[in-house]
Design a protein around this ligand. Structure first.
Ligand code: ADP
Ligand code: MG
Length: 763
């Protein structure tokens, strides 16, 4: 651990609202361990106090910790041995298919495949999603009833019973320094042979009182002194599929590790690893799969976070993420805005007007625009984009709008086609679907400049798409795109103006790094007449009442969405699939209504058709997987039921909810959930209390505990596997500086080649 690592942890803890969650196992616990190692009593005391303090005091303790850190003699703290890095040559062995490993037959290989694990490399880089800390061992005499705990001792004697032909009971008397307890297993007959008296054993389970007797019912165990830890210490928890349990997964990884770990090569240049006190890449993965203590997990994680950011920054740097380049000076003619505003069926809100003015100002300047338009769901970003597209059209250029789904592209095409078409522009839709001939014709229109406004999906960044004269490149729902895709669109022109739109608030440091010096426009006002959506969280006991409510609203002339969580292949969840639900509702609860089902597996034409029928009011209830999440706009739909809402991220729930509350009618969002933990219930509560995307995102961040140890999918910069863009912001900045330095001075061709492979621009 080095000073910089320690400081970045403190910062992370602050960002997480002093929740003690910055590190798996608890921030305070981590600092205690670290202080003990360094024999720093002051720091230790602060950590102890931190655990017990209220948030306000906690913020002060962190200030004190910073001071302690500043006064510590870091230079004398010996650096962890940094192994000599190996050259980055893609190892042949890591590409070995998993089925060549022992213990992996075709069945297991197929299970692993579901987790996207195909090669040995995939397996070794498959990181735990969480950890379970079983490193604390209790004395038998101090066990509390019904509390899960770990004990460790010697087997004194065993006894077996078979009260019933299908039930086998195994009892073992276990002794430690403090006392003796009877441990009990059910239906584990084979274990009897292994448990001879004198063996030492670790047990994880709970003390129970049955028939006036105390017994320790064992959930997991491990015979000590034989091999790799499988039940004891700090255990990794992996994301799994059915039929594969944690123990099996740990074993598979351990076996692969033994044979292949020496093939894990370093990526980060050695001098940088050394600078931050990071372990080698091989050691980092070792610590994450087979951890001994909390500090090493955290340090290993940080090193991978840094690596990930460094690669991203190098990739961006190589693309030439330049700023303040000379660009296009669009026409400065006040009539453009007048004409546009006049063509609208409503008046722009003040906030929209301000954003349009900011954008127009940038567009008129001879320096290329790089602007982020941020506005909560439903705030009316599309029309602002339309104003920008119109301006580019009036100036004799083409405008492109890229959106993440075909459905949304279609919808924008319809709306903007009408609006901008009436103003004289030729609007086309390019999504990569359609016949070869149709596509060819479209490409021709785009290339020769006949098409003025081009709306499409990421098909727009494919090589065969050539623009005649691209004036502005807009990406909608930016958070759904990769950085590389955004840059890809930008590169279709000669320094076109750039506008990216998102509903997800992006921290300043992040937007700076990802977009260069991005200017920010915020729509902080909803169109008039919107009533906040009334949100209720109810459990499944209320299910039939919920359907009755939906029926009533539909009879009043409204429409409804029913959203089901995506079917994860990886887990056999006790969820009904969307189709089963649609079936059930059609047959029973909502049999008088017109119900349609929309899910990701439908062909885009089918989706399109359903979306149009729903928009036209020919369908009352749309049962859908989250495909409705992005952008659909049907103002008459005023009811949304989200099934198993606890399975969604808050940001996602907020996006979903944004589909309703778009019309004059009062809207209702019902979160049908089976939240079991306090945190899960708290998340539901936030949704019922707030309609403010910023506040929700903030609360979400605080509640996301160390349970989500790796990954940050819901904020959706897709390339990030390890890093959390919010919490690890500090490393992002550091990596940015380092990348700049590497690109300027130290041209490391091997590294650059690796970067290019890792971040291919075209998919
Ligand atoms: P988002 O910001 O989520 O992309 P949209 O652009 O889809 O929001 O707009 C949501 C709805 O609000 C649309 O139906 C749009 O026509 C409507 N809208 C946008 N601006 C205004 C306005 N100034 N007055 C009234 N309705 C508006
Ligand atoms: Mg939108």
């Amino acid at each position: 651990m080095q000073q910089i690592n320690f400081l970045s942890l403190i910062e992370k803890e602050e960002k997480m609202g002093y929740s003690d969650g910055a590190v798996f196992g608890g921030f305070a616990e981590f600092v205690k361990q670290f202080a003990r190692q360094r024999k720093n009593e002051h720091l230790w005391q602060l950590a102890v106090n931190y655990e017990m303090a209220a948030p306000l005091e906690r913020s002060q303790i962190l200030v004190l910790m910073r001071q302690v850190a500043a006064n510590m003699d870091w230079s004398s703290i010996e650096k962890e041995a940094v192994e000599k890095p190996l050259p980055i040559t893609a190892s042949q062995k890591l590409t070995t298919p998993v089925r060549y490993l022992k213990n992996i037959g075709p069945k297991r290989a197929a299970l692993l495949q579901k987790l996207n694990i195909h090669t040995v490399g995939d397996l070794l880089f498959f990181l735990p999603r969480d950890y379970e800390d079983r490193s604390r061992v209790e004395y038998i005499s101090s066990l509390a009833i019904n509390q899960v705990a770990n004990i460790q001792g010697e087997v004194i004697k065993i006894a077996e019973m078979q009260p019933h032909y299908r039930m086998h009971i195994l009892k073992a008397w276990i002794r430690d320094e403090s006392g003796i307890i009877v441990a009990i297993w059910f239906n584990q007959k084979f274990l009897a042979q292994k448990l001879s008296p004198g063996k030492r054993i670790f047990l994880h389970g709970k003390l129970e009182k049955k028939y006036a007797q105390l017994q320790f019912s064992v959930q997991d165990y491990e015979l000590l002194d034989d091999g790799m830890a499988m039940a004891k210490g700090i255990l990794p928890i992996y994301r799994l599929t059915d039929k594969l349990n944690q123990k099996a997964m740990r074993k598979i990884i351990a076996d692969a590790w033994t044979l292949y770990h020496q093939d894990i090569c370093d990526v980060v240049p050695a001098f940088l690893q050394e600078k931050y006190g990071f372990p080698s890449r091989e050691r980092a993965f070792y610590h994450l799969h087979f951890p001994q203590n909390l500090p090493e997990i955290e340090l290993a994680r940080m090193s991978l976070v840094y690596e990930e950011f460094l690669l991203l920054q190098l990739a961006l740097g190589r693309l030439g993420n330049k700023k303040h380049l000379p660009g296009i000076a669009h026409d400065k003619n006040g009539q453009i805005l007048n004409r546009f505003v006049k063509s609208l069926p409503y008046a722009l809100t003040e906030a929209q007007m301000r954003c349009v003015n900011e954008i127009y100002h940038d567009m008129e300047s001879p320096i290329a625009m790089a602007r982020l338009l941020q506005g909560d769901v439903g705030s009316g970003k599309t029309v602002v984009a339309a104003a920008a597209l119109y301006k580019t059209f009036c100036s004799g250029y083409q405008g492109a709008l890229m959106v993440p789904t075909e459905l949304l592209a279609n919808q924008h095409y319809e709306d903007l086609g009408k609006l901008l078409g009436s103003l004289g522009a030729k609007v086309v839709l390019y999504t990569g679907s359609g016949t070869v001939k149709e596509k060819k014709e479209l490409l021709q229109l785009i290339a020769d400049g006949t098409a003025d406004i081009i709306i499409g999906t990421h098909a727009l960044i494919q090589n065969n798409v050539q623009f005649a004269k691209l004036g502005i490149a807009i990406t909608d729902e930016q958070h759904r795109f990769g950085v590389m895709q955004r840059v890809g669109l930008q590169q279709k022109g000669q320094e076109p103006d750039i506008l990216v739109m998102t509903a997800t608030p992006i921290p300043r440091t992040l937007s700076m790094t990802l977009y260069g010096d991005l200017q920010l426009s915020i729509i902080d006002e909803l169109p008039p007449g919107r009533k906040p959506v009334k949100t209720y969280a109810v459990n499944f006991d209320y299910e039939s009442r919920v359907w009755r409510f939906v029926e009533k609203e539909v009879q009043k002339g409204r429409q409804a969405y029913i959203v089901c969580p995506l079917l994860e292949e990886s887990e056999k969840l006790d969820l009904q699939s969307a189709s089963e639900l649609a079936e059930k509702l059609t047959q029973n609860d909502l049999k008088n209504l017109k119900i349609a089902l929309m899910h990701g597996k439908l062909k885009s034409g089918e989706k399109q058709e359903i979306a149009e029928l729903f928009r036209a009011g020919k369908i009352d209830v749309l049962v859908a997987t989250t495909v409705v999440e992005v952008g659909i706009n049907v103002p008459n739909a005023s009811v949304m039921v989200v099934k198993n809402a606890e399975r969604f991220g808050l940001a996602q729930l907020h996006q979903l909810r944004g589909r309703i509350g778009r019309g004059k009618e009062e809207s209702f969002c019902i979160l049908l959930h089976e939240a079991k933990t306090d945190v899960a219930r708290a998340r539901m509560r936030i949704m019922t209390q707030s309609n403010d995307g910023f506040r929700i995102a903030e609360e979400d961040l605080k509640l996301r505990g160390p349970g989500e140890f790796f990954g940050t999918k819901q904020h959706g910069i897709p390339e990030m596997k390890v890093a959390d863009l919010f919490r690890d912001g500090k490393w992002l900045e550091i990596a940015r500086e380092d990348a700049r330095m590497l690109l300027q001075k130290d041209r490391n061709e091997e590294l650059m080649q690796y970067v290019d492979e890792k971040f291919p621009l075209w998919h």
